[in-house]
Structures are given as C-alpha cells and as structure tokens.
Design a protein around this ligand. Structure first.
Ligand SMILES: Cc1cc2nc3c(=O)[nH]c(=O)nc-3n(C[C@H](O)[C@H](O)[C@H](O)COP(=O)(O)O)c2cc1C
Length: 376
C-alpha cells in the first residue's frame, strides 16, 4: 500500500503522510518496537471459532481497531474522509474525524452511521472548543479524543525541504513532482476546493484566502492548556473522552482523575516529539496504573494484525492506525482503505488462531514476552 501511495502521490504529499519529526527516530521506533516482543502460543485449544468483538468509547466494534484522526485528508484522495468512513463502516470499526479534517462533521455523521469519535483540541478560543462539543452532541458523535501532544507543530523536515510549509515555498523539484503526477494534480486543481471544513466558518475564507484560515487555526494552539482544562472539557462533553498523546502512567492516572474515560498512548505517529518512546512499550505501565476499566488505545507503528495481538496481550483495549489506512486511501480511495483493513483483520485473526486464542478476552501477559527479558 505504501509503495502504491508513493507512486500515486506527488513527492511532497507522500512525504507529508510518511514523514515524522526531526531525525524520525521515534517514527521508526514505533513500528520497530513491535519486533521486540515474542508471541507465545497455546496449542490444542479449539480455534474453530474466534471471538474478536469488543467495546471502545462505549460502542461495539468488530475487532479492536480504530481509524485514527488525520488532518488534510482531501490532499491524499478526492473522496477524502467519507471514503475512509465508508470503509470503516463496512468493517464495523470506529472512525475518528480530525478537527483539521476536510469534511464537515455534520456531513460525516449523515453518511456514516457507525461509531464515530471527533478529535478535538482545546483552543485559545475556548468558544471554538465549546462549539465543537455542541456540534458533536447534535450530530450524534459517540466520543471525543482530545489531542494533547501538539502545543506547537513538530519539526517535520521533509515538509520543509519540499516547501510544504506555511506559506508554501515549493521548490522546483517539488513543482516538477506535481507536474509528473497529473492523475493527482489535475483533480486537485479542478476538484472541490480544499478546505478545513470544520473551522472555515470562523474566517471569511473566500475573502481572506485559504492561507489565512491556516494562520487562524495555527494561532489557536494554546501552550497554556492544563489538566484543569481537561476537567472542564470532560464536564462540558459528559460522554466517552480519551486523552490522545498520553505516554506515562502518571499522566494516564491524571487523565482518568480529570474525567477522561480512556487514554490513547501516542506520540502522534512520530510527528511531534522525536525521541519519545514507542506506544507499545508503555502499555503495561499505563494499564497497571489505571486498572482494568478505562480504554487504553495503542496508537502508532501498527503495521500488521499481529501487532494488535501483541498490544492486547500487553493490556491494551485496542489499537489505532493512521498511515496504514492513509496509504490505502492514496493508493485506491475507498477500495484501498477497505483492502488495508481486510489485510489487517486477516492477519489479526490468523495470528489469534496460530496463538491458540479463541477469544480476545483470554489474551494476557502469558502470551507475550519481551526479547531477553523474564516472563511475567
Ligand atoms: C498525515 C497525518 C495527519 C495527522 N493528523 C492528525 C490530526 O489532525 N490530529 C491528531 O490528533 N493526529 C493526527 N495524526 C496522528 C494520527 O492520529 C496517529 O496518532 C498516527 O498516525 C498513528 O501512527 P501511525 O501512522 O504509525 O499509525 C496524523 C497523522 C498523519 C500520518
């Protein structure tokens, strides 16, 4: 899927999906860390039927996977978020829409009847956050994911080199890459206007131009946000709320103490703090700290269905994926996302069968071992 996406997209757009912050150490480690765990199978346990269903954000889903929120999706395929949500619905999975998405949350809710989460920020203008909460309630979203790892944008050097900065400073090489991908570039030039659909009403986008919209939203990120703001948001929303970007057991405890119902262990797919640990390595600590009840979602580096089995064995409720479905979207729209989800599910189910586990609730620490470390 990644190779197809790379062929389909102009280089600066592919790099925007594929890249991470600074030296991309965390980006690489997120995926590589899964290989540091061994799966230890049971045998002769009747695996003729495998139960994979679970509950996330209070909603039933077919297996423990959610589609992470990703901004600017229309850049990767003209059908944007709706194509992704339709594929998620077909697989009975949970979809999350980014604040920086390119489809209005109301339009998404109309098309997509499945479980849906809105990814929110606490903006300088608390009124904008309150407005999102009210709109999500009205549209029937089931949960919120509050992203907390983005007080400033990470240093994405691929984007800088390609000139995919704000304002864009496209190099000759980048422009050539757009010219060499007419199948992407022509619809992008002539298709529906690229828009941060959920916030564009805040700026007279037509008069001020798309850049001032980005300027507006960029200026809304608030470095002064604290746990008290989480308490405020939890009370305002009153429903399932996960804090996205928690890495430590201490912060996981604070999140639950502040009214969240779950945490997404995440370093934003290696796009923010380079050097941050891999989410898979933090699951056990976080689960021990907050007990059995809250959702613990491992977000980042999942590239195989077996990675999800490992995360569950370590104590996660579910995993979430960003790039794996975006590569599929860029490669072939809805069909590509569908294919990515099918491949992951096949791998997930096959791994469970081979591990001798017929019900995901039975997965536990005896099924997993870190290389060269003592067993639990
Ligand atoms: C292109 C792209 C855009 C993203 N946009 C957002 C966003 O708007 N909000 C957010 O909370 N996370 C965003 N993320 C992070 C994802 O939600 C998720 O944490 C990450 O992709 C997980 O890592 P993975 O790509 O290895 O699966 C984005 C990730 C990518 C790749």
């Amino acid at each position: 899927m990644r190779a197809l996406a790379r062929r389909r997209l102009p280089r600066p757009i592919f790099d925007y999906i594929d890249g991470g912050a600074d030296d991309e150490v965390t980006l690489r480690r997120n995926a590589a860390a899964f290989a540091q765990y061994e799966l230890v199978p049971d045998v002769l346990n009747d695996v003729s039927r495998i139960r994979t269903g679970t509950t996330l954000f209070g909603e039933r889903i077919a297996w423990p996977l959610m589609l992470a929120p990703t901004g600017l999706t229309r850049m990767f395929h003209g059908h944007a978020e709706l194509a992704v949500a339709r594929a998620a619905a077909r697989h009975d999975l949970l979809y999350s829409l980014s604040t920086l998405g390119t489809t209005r949350l109301e339009a998404l809710a109309e098309t997509f009847g499945g479980p849906k989460v809105f990814q929110i920020y606490i903006f300088k203008d608390r009124g904008l956050t309150t407005e999102f909460v009210a709109r999500c309630k009205e549209a029937g979203f089931h949960g919120l994911a509050l992203t907390v790892d983005t007080p400033v944008a990470g240093n994405r050097e691929r984007d800088r080199v390609n000139g995919l900065s704000l304002p864009p400073r496209l190099t000759l090489k980048s422009m050539l890459s757009f010219a060499l991908h007419p199948r992407w570039s022509l619809p992008a030039l002539t298709g529906s206007r690229f828009d941060l659909a959920n916030v564009s009403h805040k700026v007279d986008a037509l008069a001020a131009g798309p850049m001032s919209l980005f300027d507006y939203i960029g200026g809304q990120f608030d470095r002064a946000v604290t746990w008290r703001d989480v308490e405020w948001l939890a009370a305002e929303w009153g429903g399932p709320l996960a804090i996205k970007g928690v890495m430590t057991p201490e912060d996981a405890k604070r999140a639950i103490g502040s009214g969240a119902t779950g945490v997404m262990i995440s370093n934003h797919g290696g796009r923010q703090l380079d050097g941050a640990p891999a989410p898979i390595d933090q699951i056990g600590l976080v689960r021990d700290a907050i007990g059995e009840g809250p959702d613990v979602i491992c977000d980042g580096g999942v590239r195989r269905g077996s990675d999800v089995v490992k995360a569950l064995a370590l104590g996660a409720t579910a995993c979430s994926i960003g790039r794996p479905y975006l590569y599929g979207l860029a490669a072939a729209g809805e069909a590509g996302v569908n294919r990515a989800l099918s491949l992951l599910f096949e791998e997930f189910e096959r791994t469970l069968i081979l591990a001798g586990v017929n019900d995901i609730t039975q997965l536990g620490c005896r099924h997993i071992r870190r290389l060269n470390e003592l067993w639990c």
